[in-house]
Design a protein around this ligand. Structure first.
Ligand SMILES: NC(=O)C1=CN([C@@H]2O[C@H](COP(=O)(O)OP(=O)(O)OC[C@H]3O[C@@H](n4cnc5c(N)ncnc54)[C@H](O)[C@@H]3O)[C@@H](O)[C@H]2O)C=CC1
Ligand SMILES: O=C(CO)COP(=O)(O)O
Length: 334
């Protein structure tokens, strides 16, 4: 199997390292030729993963044709809102029988599509050749070789098992699942909930508040996921609660960090600058997740509050008051 990782940000680079460490022949595509040069010759990506030495066998190129020619597996490692445009550029060079693996955690704002749906529409590939990789996988920890697990979901169980072998190393352990919808909704919504946790910690609230947001965040994630067609068990797994806990708790999370800046009183512009141009997917996906919830008539108060802070000028303090002022109710998922 030959893999190409399209995108040389922090997760694309870390997952390319995983693939090489797993013994899979892997090439990376970077937009900037100088970055591709550094990955190939210096074995570093100092812009995104400073201090990490990449494997000698990892080669990068800034030529899409060079990157995708001969690849059986195309790993999509660009931000959600740019996947459609990037994939449209890549498709003329992608082999007809390629398998796609989506790493992006978001919902397209213009269409409310999940990433596997975008891949399906743009590529025309059948669902059995579209997989999703999602779990508690902060890029830097994986690049350091710290142990972690993930989920590779594909409607074709056999395809998921083949990919499981391609990504399996001594430190990175993929599980398979056929619930693509559950993995994608878990991955997209946890970024929004991590923004809320960041806001709370930026204000100075402690662990009780964080645990409350994580738990009630899981409740609204489950409500949406089940309405869209997911299996509830997936949200109890690595791509659900696993990723939610990792992202909401870690200072490495860009979403949590972005929220913390807002909680400390920064403007959206200041929070953007403080995350050094790296994508905090929840900032855009809070709008599409909220719209998806409206479409399926699902209540998502935390997502709604994050959307209002990010896009309607609501202060974090007013968001907290309005959440606590909601009518009292039993603790159930629906
Ligand atoms: N960083 C992490 O720890 C993890 C990230 N993810 C997800 O993986 C996806 C990619 O994330 P990262 O690699 O971390 O992002 P990043 O912000 O570190 O890098 C994004 C990469 O995509 C490229 N790119 C191509 N077209 C772009 C465009 N139009 N706009 C912006 N960038 C463009 C950039 O040049 C860069 O190489 C996101 O959906 C993220 O949620 C998932 C798991 C872990
Ligand atoms: O998806 C992630 C961990 O699984 C990374 O989260 P951030 O994008 O918030 O850094």
């Amino acid at each position: 199997m030959r893999a190409v990782v399209m995108g040389a940000g922090s997760w694309g680079t870390a997952i390319a390292k995983v693939l090489v460490d797993a013994g899979t022949d892997t090439t990376m595509w970077a937009r900037r030729p100088e970055l591709a040069e550094r990955i190939t010759h210096d074995h570093t990506n100092t812009d995104y993963l400073p201090g990490i030495t990449l494997p000698d066998g990892l080669r990068a190129t800034s030529s899409v044709v060079d990157a995708v020619t001969g690849a059986d597996v195309v790993v999509c490692a660009v931000p959600s809102q740019s996947l459609r445009a990037n994939l449209t550029d890549w498709m003329p060079h992608v082999a007809a029988e390629s398998t796609f693996v989506s790493l992006a955690k978001g919902v397209e704002t213009s269409t409310l599509m999940r990433m596997s749906e975008v891949i399906s529409e743009v590529s025309g590939a059948p669902d059995d050749r579209i997989a999703v990789l999602s779990g508690p996988n902060l890029a830097r920890e994986i690049a350091e070789g710290q142990p972690a697990a993930t989920v590779i979901a594909c409607s074709d169980e056999h395809r998921a098992e083949e990919l499981q072998q391609a990504f399996n190393t001594g430190y990175f352990r993929p599980y398979t699942n056929t619930d693509v919808v559950g993995c994608e909704i878990g991955g997209a919504v946890k970024n929004v909930i991590a923004l809320a946790c960041g806001m709370a910690s930026g204000v100075g609230f402690g662990q009780n508040t964080l645990a409350t947001i994580i738990t009630r965040g899981l409740a609204e994630t489950i409500r949406l996921a089940v309405a869209v067609g997911a299996q509830i068990e997936t949200l109890a797994g690595l791509a659900g609660v696993g990723d939610l806990v990792a992202t909401c708790s870690s200072p490495l999370s860009r979403n949590r960090t972005f929220g913390a800046h807002l909680g400390q009183g920064a403007t959206m512009q200041e929070a953007q600058e403080a995350t050094h141009g790296q994508v905090a997917e929840g900032v855009k996906s809070c709008s599409s997740v909220r719209a998806l919830a409206d479409k399926f008539d699902v209540e998502m108060p935390l997502t709604d509050a994050v959307h209002q802070v990010c896009h309607s000028g609501l202060s974090v303090a007013d968001a907290v008051s309005s959440l606590l002022g909601r009518r009292t109710k039993p603790e159930i998922y629906d």
